[in-house]
Write a protein that binds this ligand. Sequence first.
Ligand SMILES: Nc1nc2c(c(=O)[nH]1)N[C@H]1C(S)=C(S)[C@@H](COP(=O)(O)OP(=O)(O)OC[C@H]3O[C@@H](n4cnc5c(=O)[nH]c(N)nc54)[C@H](O)[C@@H]3O)O[C@H]1N2
Ligand SMILES: Nc1nc2c(c(=O)[nH]1)N[C@H]1C(S)=C(S)[C@@H](COP(=O)(O)OP(=O)(O)OC[C@H]3O[C@@H](n4cnc5c(=O)[nH]c(N)nc54)[C@H](O)[C@@H]3O)O[C@H]1N2
Ligand SMILES: [Mo]
Length: 808
Amino acid sequence: MQEPDRIAQPWGERTPHGRGEPWPARVDQHLADGVAPADVQRWARSASVLHSNGDAMDIAVADGRIAGVRGSADDRVNRGRLGPKDLYGWQANSSPDRLTRPLVRMGGRLVETDWDTAMGRVVAASKRLLGERGPSAIGFYTTGQLFLEEYYTLAAIARGAIGTNHLDGNTRLCTATAAAALKETFACDGQPGSFTDVDNADVIALFGHNAAETQPVLWMRILDRLAGANPPALVCVDPRETPVARAARESGGVHIAPLPGTNVALMNGLLHEVIANGWIDREYIDAHTVGFPELEERVRDYPPEHVARICRIEPEDVRAAARVLGRAERLLSTVLQGFYQSHQATAAAVQVNNLNLVRGMLGRPGCGILQMNGQPTAQNTRECGADGDLTGFRNWENDAHVADIARHWNVDQAQIPHMAPPTHAMQMFRYAEQGSIRMLWVSGTNPAVSMPELARIRRILSQRRLFLVVQDIFPSETAQLADVVLPAATWGEKTGCLTNADRTVHLSEKAVDPPGRARPDLDIFLDYARRMDFRDNDGHPFPQWHDAESAFDAWAACSAGRPCDYSGLSHARLRDAPSGIQWPCTAENPDGTERLYTDGRFWSAPEYCESYGRDLVTGAPLEETEYRALNPDAKAILKAAEHLPPHEPPGDEFPLVLTTGRTIYHFHTRTKTGRVPQLQAAAPEVWVECSAADAQRLGVADGDMAEVATPRGAIRARVRVGAIREGVLFVPFHYGYWDTTGSGPDGGPGRAANELTPTDWDPASKQPLFKTAAARLTRVAGAGSAVPAPRTPGDAGARPATTVGGAS
Ligand SMILES: Nc1nc2c(c(=O)[nH]1)N[C@H]1C(S)=C(S)[C@@H](COP(=O)(O)OP(=O)(O)OC[C@H]3O[C@@H](n4cnc5c(=O)[nH]c(N)nc54)[C@H](O)[C@@H]3O)O[C@H]1N2
Ligand SMILES: Nc1nc2c(c(=O)[nH]1)N[C@H]1C(S)=C(S)[C@@H](COP(=O)(O)OP(=O)(O)OC[C@H]3O[C@@H](n4cnc5c(=O)[nH]c(N)nc54)[C@H](O)[C@@H]3O)O[C@H]1N2
Ligand SMILES: [Mo]
């Protein structure tokens, strides 16, 4: 079978479907060169770990090795389709430079050792710090890329056994705002919508979400609707002309390109128009929400002309988009990093919830909100409480909820910290900087490339007084700074569950053995607990579970009765089901739940809710009494917000606005995709995108080497003159230093976008602001001949990406 080149055609062939029709199956597959389907000895069930879509697939095993992947035709999420990262990305598992043995620092260098020695050091440091300084000297910084069982275990160890409040995920950088926006509006995390809403919507609005590149299979579903009968109109809000933006214009919808950092003003303008034109559902608002008078009052100050001045767009853009949104009969809204990582993140994301609520567009097919996730298991980090939430969407301010967790774990309630909100990652790094956190255990994340203001992050992580443990699968930039490196087994080498952005739970099964001495993250955490000799109230080893299946069962019991109820699920059930299953899933409701809030009742009752909410401007948590006064009756909360100017506006020295993000071909810091030949060749080097008008004014041309500088630092990148709005630069954040020599922190100019980003975060969600900073662009003299920067297919002026690898 001739496989299509999915680098040049990332979304593959169209399989159109009309409104309300099921999405046809299309099975995508890629096998290693020389491996035929008949050579495959076994297929192991799994799902994607390179984004939050949860695309189901089988892993091909031949001769004890992973030999390829095949999409699952029967799965509700992808009906067999896979994106380019998933088709090719599995090759990273067998890279020759996987970590295969633990490393410890000796005489300033990392040297290979055995597990007893490495874990012995971790245990000794833990015991010493607990004895000398107490639990608050220890912090855990984890990820959105492990499995559910691993987060549940880590949360039990950190909060239940050690009793530290310092546990968070890189989900803080990723979807903290999704969780915060859901908590502000519905008083509880949990995705209201479903991917099947794409099949039924007549308008799909994507707010700061480049789904074409970041959720390619979700985008295929949208493209197939656009190619079928009764296609939807798209609304795209993005300062760049992404493939989504172009499809929006071509679908008879609207693309708005606001100046980064002005989302709240724009949303208020859209709400202004929707309310002023009477496109609201009074009955729904009265029956199911509180706060409408305050919202109406607030957005009265945002007529289109005023908004257009703030966002630097045309007033007609606001009116046109509001007309499409206001007249929609079935509106699906999606939100991602263009909102979550931008100025006033939570306030802006909440206004999207408000839009759907005032239009009564929730809980019916095609009427949905997707406060998207980014990472494959970010949902599980949040549910299990391995981030700044308590296990099972429980409320840290509600003593009964804390007692409930203590009962499940059979530990003292007083042991679980709950006098203050769980510490967020940016604060944990501050504590490490100031010296109150003395041991930091980093698992499945690479902060030396992904956190803002890298010079500062490197300084913090290299301090001698900080004992740094890094649990990874590759010798990442962060691992290079560690005192102990623990080699992990990963996807395909271990079993566990993962839940995608629309609450669909999949089981990912072990297909092959891990390399060398690498061990599953779950085994590493449990091994630590046993060596620390943690005990429950009856003197039994704590955690009481011992493998992925027993961890899952413990979690399912602990989640029972909470919104994220897994009590109807088990490994066996997920293994036998033809498709992933959406939570809540109980014995009475064994097939799971497609949409939340179908009856207009919300999880916001004060005794039940996950959060009493926060002040959107200061971030201060509300007290229970304040919450009760606001929301007595399990309704949704319409929270209004005013636009505030960004903290770092462009000025004389730094006249442009820098934003950062992704390309379809790479995942984050490229530890996986940079080791995959097809993906690395498609986007081999960093670039900086700027508008034609800015390029002309600054005297730079396509392919020139240029310097991008902000008050934090500078990097060098090739210029890509593209369809981005004037006054804005875009740099992908994928390029760190593990595969460069002579550049970056150790010498030569850097290339990581986060050399440039500020230490600043949203007051409510505490998510760092990666999407707005003041910057300047200068041509680097004598940089030699121009080399074209890589482009995504479908970009204005694009050439096939496959030729780029050869050209550079
Ligand atoms: N190929 C690929 N896919 C991925 C990932 C990956 O690394 N690579 N990572 C996964 C993860 S963890 C995540 S979180 C998601 C992220 O997925 P997305 O959020 O879709 O990706 P980003 O490129 O970070 O940002 C989206 C868009 O926000 C726009 N933007 C920037 N500033 C603003 C602003 O102020 N306002 C508005 N309205 N828009 C703005 C950018 O131009 C960009 O096109 O992708 C997931 N999928
Ligand atoms: N400037 C800028 N910065 C950003 C963003 C942006 O848009 N702009 N986006 C932010 C977002 S949304 C995110 S999600 C973060 C992502 O940032 P990171 O999480 O730091 O990025 P990754 O490269 O995914 O790092 C994951 C690490 O875990 C390792 N790993 C992979 N699988 C396993 C496993 O099974 N077990 C273990 N133990 N390790 C494993 C990988 O080798 C890698 O080192 O970056 C954030 N930073
Ligand atoms: Mo993310």
